[in-house]
Design a protein around this ligand. Structure first.
Ligand SMILES: O=C(O)C[C@H](O)C(=O)O
Ligand code: SF4
Length: 509
């Protein structure tokens, strides 16, 4: 098994940078369902460009390389202790190479371990089998979509759908609700794995295991096959759309599994995965540790790949350059496409909390805050470079954002998934906008960064949470919340809520 570590490093790099064939096909087919010129179509073509850039540059598709989760089947006699050691080394090495973002954070102290190793990370599931080879599958599932996982305990009452009982129809309602509650925040269009039964832990495990099924497979259980088909057809009628911009495609795949439960418990667990569905696998020779075969990888013809943007797709964008005036901001409205040149500053959870009762280390008056935790690498001269830099889910900053806009005179906030009422009121009162960038398009945005001017709080907060001062050029985003009280997110949520109520009548009786 000498080559096992090298094989695991290859698996990690390939998973982070090269989207599987079945996922590409699903995105390409979905793209055809959106009309050119719509926001959803624009989001898809940006995603397409990003997928290509990541593959060509062997760079992370999304900056959030998630919780590395390995599922391993091995023959009796294979040394699991050695395998685990090799995997941990490969994870640390991939992090050093900038293929994984340092993502392992001490839950009590907030300290980032820096190498993706720590209590509980990476996650490795072993299982023995009677075959004579080792099968390793890896999922890199980011935190934003992980936050949209949901578990239901039946019977229950569901918003918009009414009572969900302990039967197939109750399960149907839970899944429809799961897609609805995710809105665009988990970087829709997404994939869901559903686990019926088990206990709270094994139910979620089963849900995640469903994500290992190829997107185009057919469920051998007739009831579940019907349910999967129903969900695919109807979840897309919720009109949430890609990035929550509204549109015809909200869901790209639905896989459902069932296991036994206790008489008192009936759980439906849903694992939500963003479009950046990074999962690959390899068959390993147990003698040498070398890769014999790749899984989820076959030839994808050009027509089966998502299509990149054409030059006439966007309306004329508005150029923004910090410091931005209130007048400029007030002239923007929901739906406008903006191109940002000049400076922006990253800030996410740790920084927002900090700024509530401390001063900012740089003047933020008229400036732009980018909700982003990039992948960064330092060169031999000590200069930092951005390796991946897409937006993170903004709603987490909802308790702080309006206060911080007011306190520092910030004019624009970039993120994804939208923000809530308090922020919308803040934008109106203090003259600021919320700009939605395309979630997961980490290479697309990294290329816009022309210079890293400096960083604050690197030691304290770690790479993803630090405040990076960037110079950008041609950074495109869409105004989804303006300074006049309009929010595309609120509108889409309202429409989808209304649509959801149309699925209250029983279907599987
Ligand atoms: O942590 C990140 O960079 C993004 C996260 O996966 C998110 O979707 O919010
Ligand atoms: S930012 Fe979006 S694409 Fe990236 S991991 Fe989070 S949910 Fe997935």
């Amino acid at each position: 098994m000498n080559a096992f570590k090298e094989s695991m490093l290859k698996l990690i790099i390939e998973t982070s940078t090269n989207l599987p064939s079945d996922v590409r096909r699903a995105i390409a087919q979905a793209q055809l369902k959106e009309e050119i010129g719509t926001r959803a179509s624009l989001a898809f073509s940006t995603i397409a460009t990003n997928i290509k850039m990541a593959e060509e540059g062997e760079a992370p598709i999304c900056q959030d390389t998630g919780m590395p989760t390995f599922f391993i089947h091995c023959p009796v006699g294979a040394n699991q202790i050695e395998m685990k050691k090799a995997i941990r080394e490969a994870v640390a090495e991939a992090t050093k190479l900038g293929k994984l973002r340092p993502n392992s954070v001490d839950s009590l102290t907030g300290k980032n371990s820096g190498d993706n190793l720590g209590e509980g990370t990476p996650v490795i599931h072993f299982e023995q089998w009677e075959k004579d080879y080792v099968d390793v599958r890896l999922i890199l599932k980011g935190g934003g979509c992980e936050n949209k996982n949901i578990q239901y305990s039946l019977p229950c009452e569901l918003e918009g759908l009414g009572k969900a009982g302990r039967d197939l129809d109750g399960i149907r309602k839970c899944i429809m609700h799961a897609v609805y509650q995710a809105q665009g925040q988990g970087c829709s269009a997404g994939f869901i794995g559903v686990g019926i039964g088990g206990d709270r832990t094994t139910g979620y495990e089963l849900a995640k295991e469903q994500l290992l099924r190829p997107v185009d497979d057919v469920n051998p259980n007739e009831d579940l096959r019907k349910l999967e088909e129903y969900i695919m057809e109807n979840a897309n009628r919720l009109a949430i759309g890609t990035m929550g911009f509204g549109g015809n495609v909200t869901l790209l795949g639905c896989k459902i599994g069932a296991m036994n439960r206790l008489p008192a418990s009936f759980f439906v667990s849903v694992a939500y995965n963003c479009w950046a569905f990074r999962r690959l696998g390899v068959i390993i020779d147990p003698e040498t540790g070398k890769i014999k075969e790749w899984l989820y990888k076959d030839e994808v013809s050009p027509e089966e790949n998502p299509v990149e943007a054409t030059s006439n797709e966007t309306a004329k964008p508005v150029v923004l350059q910090a410091p931005i005036t209130e007048e400029q901001i007030r002239s923007l409205k929901v739906g406008d496409v903006v191109i940002i040149n000049g400076s922006m500053h990253t800030g996410r959870d740790a920084l927002h909390k900090y700024l509530m009762d401390h001063d900012s280390p740089v003047d933020l008056n008229g400036q732009i805050i980018y909700h982003c935790g990039p992948v960064m690498l330092k060169d031999e001269n000590g200069k930092w470079h951005v390796k991946a830099a897409g937006p993170t889910t903004s709603i987490r900053e909802e308790p702080y954002q309006a206060d911080i806009i007011k306190k520092f005179g910030i004019r624009a906030v970039i993120g994804k998934g939208g923000m809530g009422k308090k922020t919308l009121e803040g934008l109106k009162e203090f003259g600021a906008v919320y700009l939605n960038a395309i979630g997961g398009a980490a290479q697309y945005y990294a290329k816009c960064v022309k210079d890293v001017e400096g960083v604050h709080f690197l030691e304290e907060f770690g790479i993803p949470e630090a405040m990076w001062h960037l110079q950008v050029e041609g950074f495109a985003a869409i105004v989804t919340m303006d300074s006049h009280g309009n929010s595309l997110h609120a509108d889409v949520e309202e429409i989808s809520k209304k649509r959801l109520t149309e699925f209250a009548e029983p279907v599987f009786v």
